[in-house]
Design a binder for this molecule. Structure first.
Ligand code: COA
Length: 321
């Protein structure tokens, strides 16, 4: 009987093993090998640190742990950490051993803050974190919209209101054809809007190239399902979705935001209605979204549209001396 911890080596077997563990640990959120490979290979390791370790029991990969800087909330001593052990291998010290491994590295980086997040229903994961001094800092509701029963009729007034205010609703697919400045304009909009999302740590804007690689060129981003609100030539709001290759029929809401000076005019609602219409027209049956429990405007919009709250995600932070 042997247990060893080794570094992730980037082989197809290692990519597949991590995804298999993730999908077994959280079957409600299914990841694909291609998604993981894209995210891993496009993480800017010149700017940020990223490291994965695998736990092998008798030659089988049964667990992994990772840590990385958070590009949207970058601070050299702030890391996201994650540990996952296959359910049938839990309770044998494997998670603790992996945690000790990454903690040694992180202390070597003089890490000050370790962030992670678990579902409120995952009692053993919460205990694991609490025993190690992690403290809850915020909650995020996951909510689902069942598209098969969604009726857009009661919401048409929002589309009319937006049109009356001179707001045009278009897609990124169209803008790329029509506006040579689309990328720099979208980059500016996205960074301005993201700064207003409630978060446990300060927002840091993404440089243009990273924005392009991580978001625009992401293979699961749907460019004709990426809606923009425009006033004249100015981009004033956005709402977009990703397909989930390992969850056929489902979409993940990427982000919705409206410039401060344009809020309260029904623009977010109009953008989300466009996304929903797109999703229905393309045969999707469910949209998943995640919103901070303190983000009242977004939660009100989603409740009005009929999104149903699921168990929340709790973000924990460990402050290291
Ligand atoms: C959330 C956000 C996109 C809303 O944009 P918006 O265009 O102002 O929203 P709308 O005008 O379409 O609001 C639609 C409905 O939401 C509700 N709502 C909007 N803002 C609200 C607020 N501050 N408090 C309570 N309800 C609010 C209203 O009921 C409104 O319906 P009504 O016009 O019929 O009264 C905007 O506040 C934003 O960009 N925030 C920062 C980015 C962000 O946090 N995005 C979500 C990340 S998960």
């Amino acid at each position: 009987m042997s247990f060893l911890i080794r570094e992730f080596s980037g082989t197809p077997e290692d990519f597949a093993a991590v995804v298999e563990i993730d999908n077994r640990c959280d079957p409600e959120h299914r990841y694909s090998v291609d998604e993981f490979r894209y995210d891993y290979e496009n993480f800017d390791t010149k700017r940020y640190t990223l490291r994965y370790y695998l736990g092998e029991k008798d030659g089988k990969i049964v667990a992994y742990a990772c840590y990385y800087h958070m590009p949207h909330r970058f601070h050299p001593q702030r890391f996201w950490v994650w540990i996952a052990v296959l359910p049938e291998f839990r309770g044998r010290g494997i998670g603790s051993a992996l945690y000790a491994r990454i903690l040694a590295d992180l202390k070597g980086f003089s890490a000050e803050f370790l962030h992670t997040s678990v579902r409120e229903t995952w009692a053993e994961s919460r205990r694991f974190l609490q025993k190690r001094g992690f403290e809850e800092v915020m909650r995020t509701w996951e909510s689902h919209l069942d598209l098969t029963s969604f009726d857009p009729k009661p919401f048409e007034k929002y589309l009319i209101r937006a049109a009356e205010k001179g707001i045009a609703l278009t897609t990124l697919a169209e803008e790329r054809e029509q506006d040579p400045q689309w990328l720099s304009k979208l980059h500016e909009l996205h960074n301005v809007l993201m700064a207003d999302v409630p978060s446990s740590s300060p927002f840091t804007p993404l440089p243009l190239e990273e924005f392009r690689r991580r978001l625009i060129e992401h293979p699961d981003l749907l460019l004709d399902g990426y809606f923009l609100a425009k006033k004249g030539g100015e981009y004033v709001g956005e709402s977009f979705v990703f397909q989930l290759p390992a969850e056929p029929g489902h979409l993940s809401q990427g982000f919705t935001g409206v410039r401060r000076e344009y809020r309260g005019k029904g623009i977010a609602m109009a953008l989300k209605l466009k996304v929903i219409a797109y999703a229905k027209a393309h045969g999707y049956n469910l949209i998943k979204t995640w919103n901070a429990s303190t983000n009242t405007p977004m939660l009100v919009i989603n409740e009005k549209l009929g999104f149903v709250k699921k168990p929340a995600w709790i973000e924990y932070v460990l402050s290291l001396p």
